[in-house]
Design a protein around this ligand. Structure first.
Ligand SMILES: [Zn+2]
Length: 404
C-alpha cells in the first residue's frame, strides 16, 4: 500500500484545493475541509475557554511601525509581504499576531487584580515563502493559527504554563497522539540571534525547567531552538506512520513586554513589568491537517468526519423512506449525504467506502416495512438492522465522546 499522501487524499476526499489564479501556497478550503478545520478549532476553543481565555479579533495588515517596535521587522523582513498604500505608507501583512494582541492589552492601564489577561484568536498570518519550498498544506504562504497570549505577572507563569500544557495533553490524547516534550532554549554562543539580556534568559529558562519538573516530565534541552524573544516548551507527537511532528508550543516571553513597556499596577501602587506566554495548540491548522489527513489515512473519527453517514436507498421505490431518515438525521445535527443516483447498491457502497464515510445506512423495502435501517460500519462490519432513533443516539454518544 502506498503511504498516505495528504495532497492526494485531499483531492479524493474533496477537502481543499489550489487555484492558479489565487496562487501557490494559498490553499482554498472546500465545504468538507472547512468542517474539519472548524471542528478542530472549536475543540481547542472549548478547552481554552475553560482556562479563562477570551476571544479577540485583529486586522490582517498593519503599519510597518508595529513590527519595527516588536523586532519582527528586523528578524522577518525578507519573509514579510509588503504593502504600499496609495498615500505611500508602508504596511505589511501580519507574519505574527503577538504585537496586535499586545496593542489590545495596552489599550488601558491594568490593576494587578485583573491579571492575568488571556487573549485568543484563530487567525491567518502570512509568510512570503519561496515557491520552491511550498509543499501542499505542509508549507504554505497563508497560515491559520490558533494563537493565544497571556499577559501575566512573574509569579503566575507556572500556573499559566501548566494550564496550557493540560490543554495540549487533552487535545492530543483525543486525537490519539503520544507527546514528548522538549525545552527549546537559546544558544548562548549566538547572542546576536536573540533579544534581551543573559539574566532575562536565565530567569526564563529556569522557570521552564521547573515547570517540566513539576509535571514530572524529563524533557530534553535543545540549545538554539528558542524563539528570538524567549525560550519555549515544544511538544512532539508520533503519528500512526511512526513519524514525529512538532505539534504544539508554549513560549515564555520576557522581551516583548520590555519593548512595549507592559505593566500592571501592583499592590503597592507601583508599575510592575509583566511577562507574556504565547501558545498554540494546533499551531498551523494547515500543517496540522496535513499531518492528520495522513495519520488517519483520510478515515476521520466520527466526530471529525465531514460526512458522518451515507444514506443508501436500494431503489427508487424507497426514496420517500430515505428522505424520512434524512429528516431525522438533520434534526439530530448529523452530517450526511443521500446517494440518490440510479446505481446498484453494490456500487453505492463502494463509493461511500472510497469516501471513507464512517457509517452507511442501507434502506430498502424490508427496512421500510419494519421501520428500521441496516447499518454498515466503515471497513465493512455489519451492524444489522436497528430503528433510526437507536442509531441516532448511538451516533450522538460516539460523537460526544470524540472516540477514535
Ligand atoms: Zn505570539
Amino acid at each position: 500500500m502506498d503511504k498516505p499522501d495528504h495532497k492526494k487524499l485531499g483531492q479524493e476526499l474533496d477537502l481543499f484545493c489550489f487555484s492558479e489564479l489565487v496562487g501557490s501556497g494559498l490553499p482554498l478550503w472546500t465545504p468538507k475541509g472547512t468542517v474539519i478545520r472548524n471542528l478542530l478549532d472549536t475543540f481547542v476553543w472549548e478547552l481554552r475557554q475553560k482556562q479563562g481565555y477570551q476571544l479577540v479579533d485583529i486586522p490582517h495588515i498593519t503599519k510597518k511601525d508595529l513590527y519595527i517596535k516588536s523586532g519582527h521587522w528586523d528578524k522577518f523582513k525578507d519573509e514579510l509581504f509588503h504593502i504600499k498604500t496609495r498615500e505611500d505608507h508602508e504596511f505589511a501583512l501580519k507574519p505574527m499576531n503577538c504585537p496586535h494582541h499586545i496593542q489590545i492589552f495596552d489599550r488601558k492601564p491594568h490593576s494587578w487584580r485583573e491579571m492575568p489577561q488571556r487573549y485568543a484568536s484563530t487567525t491567518k498570518m502570512y509568510r512570503d515563502e519561496q515557491t520552491g519550498e511550498l509543499n501542499g498544506l505542509a508549507r504554505v504562504r497563508a497560515i491559520t493559527i490558533d494563537d493565544a497570549h497571556v499577559f501575566c505577572r512573574q509569579n503566575q507563569i507556572k500556573k499559566e504554563f501548566s494550564s496550557v500544557w493540560d490543554t495540549i495533553d487533552t487535545f492530543y490524547k483525543t486525537i490519539g497522539f503520544q507527546l514528548t516534550v522538549r525545552l527549546s532554549f537559546h544558544d548562548p554562543k549566538q547572542k546576536e540571534k536573540y533579544l534581551g539580556t543573559p539574566e532575562m534568559w536565565k530567569f526564563a529558562e529556569d522557570q521552564l525547567r521547573e515547570i517540566a519538573k513539576d509535571k514530572g516530565v524529563t524533557a530534553e534541552e535543545a540549545l538554539g531552538e528558542a524563539a528570538f524573544y524567549g525560550p519555549k516548551i515544544d511538544f512532539t507527537a508520533k503519528d500512526s506512520l511512526g513519524r514525529e511532528w512538532q505539534v504544539a508550543t508554549i513560549q515564555l516571553d520576557i522581551n516583548m513586554p520590555e519593548r512595549f513597556d507592559l505593566n500592571c499596577i501592583n499592590e503597592k501602587g507601583e508599575k510592575e513589568r509583566l511577562v507574556m506566554v504565547h501558545s498554540a495548540i494546533l499551531g498551523s491548522i494547515e500543517r496540522s491537517l496535513a499531518v492528520l489527513i495522513e495519520h488517519f489515512n483520510g478515515a476521520f473519527p466520527l466526530w471529525l468526519a465531514p460526512v458522518q453517514v451515507a444514506v443508501l436507498p436500494i431503489s427508487d421505490k424507497v426514496t420517500d423512506y430515505a428522505n424520512k431518515i434524512a429528516g431525522k438525521l438533520t434534526e439530530a445535527g448529523i452530517r450526511f449525504e443521500v446517494y440518490e443516483k440510479n446505481e446498484t447498491i453494490g456500487k453505492k457502497i463502494r463509493e461511500a467506502e472510497t469516501q471513507k464515510i464512517p457509517y452507511l445506512v442501507i434502506v430498502g423495502a424490508k427496512e421500510e416495512e419494519n421501520k428500521t435501517v441496516t447499518i454498515r460500519k466503515r471497513g465493512g462490519e455489519d451492524l444489522g438492522a436497528m430503528n433510526v432513533e437507536d442509531f441516532v443516539s448511538k451516533l450522538k454518544k460516539e460523537i460526544e465522546s470524540k472516540s477514535l
